[in-house]
Design a protein around this ligand. Sequence first.
Ligand code: NCD
Length: 337
Amino acid sequence: MHFQGSHILNIGQFERSDVDQLFAVADAMRPYAHRDKVTRVLDGAILGSMFFEASTRTRISFGSAFNLLGGQVRETTGFESTAIAKGESLYDTARVLSGYSDVIVMRHPAEGSVAEFAAGSRVPVINGGDGANEHPTQALLDLFTIRSELHSRKREIDDLRIAMVGDLRYGRTVHSLSRLLSLYKNVEIRLVSPTELRMPGDIVEALRSSGHKVIETEVLEEGIAGVDIVYSTRLQEERFASPADADLYRGRFRLNQSVYTANCEPNTVIMHPLPRDSREGARELDDDLNDNPNLAIFRQSDNGVLVRMALFAIILDVVDQVSAHASKVNWYTERRF
Ligand code: NCD
């Protein structure tokens, strides 16, 4: 594998064979993520974690993944608690933090900022989301989830039919996932969004030139009929000039059990990178779907730990040593997956 010591900044770095290898390592991480065994393979290693935008699952799952491999996490959140608030550059911050860490994960509201930071870092940097640009590890865990949901339906990623719904302009997860799907064959992608929030043209172009069928529509029912996966997304209100601008689109597409029953095939998988906006005016993915067995959103968030453990093991070159540092678990671990 050729990612030892590499930054992970965007999906363009990956080929299909890299994804296959990553997923094989992620599968092998299951006993550790499920607390059937512990490993101390990263004993002594430090993850530097800098999140300059709100995050629950990305930040905590990166940290948990590193802990589950035996490493420690040092983290900071928000600009106001770092010297960036005193005018320090990303370059200087990277030089300094990389002296304290073996690998760094960073999220930042500006596009290209994580790459700029990486240029000053002496250790590998992973992009945990840079503005509306990319969120590569989310796309990898999304595809890992798609693959496992399809396998239980005796299907492969090739020939997938997927609908992406919502704010496709500012949603970095759908940007990275679309780029990742370009590596596969014969995918049909329905892009459901308001005209103003369409998927950027270069990404649509890249999908078409990989031979995929792309259909753009503003009608939810049309987009979700006959697909294997519906991937719903949140309105990225933090990227709009004002809340009033975002309000124009809030609640535009709402998937709930009755819309699902009326339009989707019975086994259609429902995904969302989360957080879903459960406030009254939004509800793009209704709570009344919680008991639908095709709702994969929490399998998706669980899979984030596996994929991030795999990335750490690959980047820090310990894949073959994980089991040599394993031992039994001492505490009560029963949990339902
Ligand atoms: C996404 C993000 O931050 O881009 N969240 C996540 O990391 N799972 C999606 C979102 O915030 O809407």
